[in-house]
Write a protein that binds this ligand. Structure first.
Ligand SMILES: [Zn+2]
Length: 310
């Protein structure tokens, strides 16, 4: 009977041990499997939300938080700053309008002056603003088509008393106005042909030398006398004829002040020889028309400077 009891006892113990092992194994499985899932879930739940949160936090949260935050925060600065700059803009608008107006004023004369320069034709032979110089010679064959003899006192040399019609009529008015104020002007030399210029240049070379002749406006093809628009002017008393001392006469003073009103300008002023190519010639006046003469005279420039040729 003891063996039976022992067998039953051991058999019970085996059964209990087997059950305990099974329970422990099941528990281990549950713990391990469930813990691993929880760990994975915990990791994934930490990673994924962390990954999704951080970009969202960078993009959305800062935007959403900054939008109201910066909007609220910037509204007051912006509103205060926008009103303050507006206040500062308001006073600065009136000064800024003034410069813009002054800018318009400063720019408006420039375009008109530039436009006037462009409309003035300094290249066509028949243009009243044609420029001829030793550096800008003219065709030897050019002869103005409308040469006339102005009704003014002139030297007996009838080869030099022609002028183009507009210049001649203006000269008559100018000389008449000067005479009313006691200045008896007369025409020394007007239109000169290319061939006449050649003879004149020879004359000056023999009289004063090549250097002196080269500084005068006697170069064949390089003189505006060939245009019929240049006039050497003197006084009937012959004082300082074709001499720089003519600048000291009352007649010259009158011409310098009034010639532009009749379309004439002093063509070779003092100190401009390097620009014009011609020596100081206070007796030489050039007809350019009243419009151009007014602009050039008030610019204080030579034609070369006024038309940007210098
Ligand atoms: Zn001359």
């Amino acid at each position: 009977m003891n063996r039976n009891t022992e067998k039953s006892f051991f058999s019970k113990i085996y059964v209990v041990i087997a059950l305990l092992i099974a329970i422990l194994g099941l528990l281990l499985y549950l713990i391990l499997s469930g813990g691993a899932d929880r760990i994975q879930q915990a990791i994934s739940s930490q990673d994924h939300p962390a990954h999704t949160v951080t970009p969202d936090a960078d993009t959305q949260q800062p935007d959403e938080s900054q939008k109201p935050a910066t909007a609220d925060a910037s509204k007051t600065p912006e509103s205060s700053a926008s009103t303050e700059p507006q206040k500062t803009d308001e006073p600065s608008e009136s000064p800024s309008e003034e410069p813009s107006e002054s800018g318009k004023e400063s720019t408006s004369p420039e375009p008109t002056e530039e436009a006037a320069k462009i409309t003035d034709d300094i290249d066509s032979n028949d243009s009243l603003t044609k420029i001829v110089s030793p550096a800008r010679t003219i065709d030897p064959a050019y002869v103005p088509a409308d040469l006339v003899v102005p009704d003014v006192p002139y030297i007996l040399d009838e080869n030099q008393n022609f002028m183009r019609r507009d210049a001649a009529e203006a000269m008559e008015r100018m000389f008449a106005a000067a005479a009313e104020e006691g200045h008896e002007l007369f025409l020394i030399s007007g239109y000169r042909s290319y061939d006449f210029q050649k003879e004149l240049q020879k004359f000056w070379i023999t009289q004063k030398g090549k250097k002196y002749a080269a500084e005068l406006d006697s170069m064949p093809g390089g003189s505006e006398h060939q245009l019929g628009l240049a006039a050497d002017i003197g006084t009937t008393d012959g004082c300082c004829e074709l001499d720089v001392c003519f600048a000291e006469t009352q007649a010259y003073a009158w011409l310098k002040e009034n010639a532009w009103k009749y379309g004439y300008i002093e063509r070779y002023p003092s100190g401009k020889q390097e620009i014009t190519g011609i020596t100081y010639s206070p007796w030489n006046f050039r007809y350019v028309g009243t419009d151009a003469a007014e602009r050039i005279y008030h610019s204080g420039k030579t034609m070369e400077e006024y038309y940007n040729l210098s």
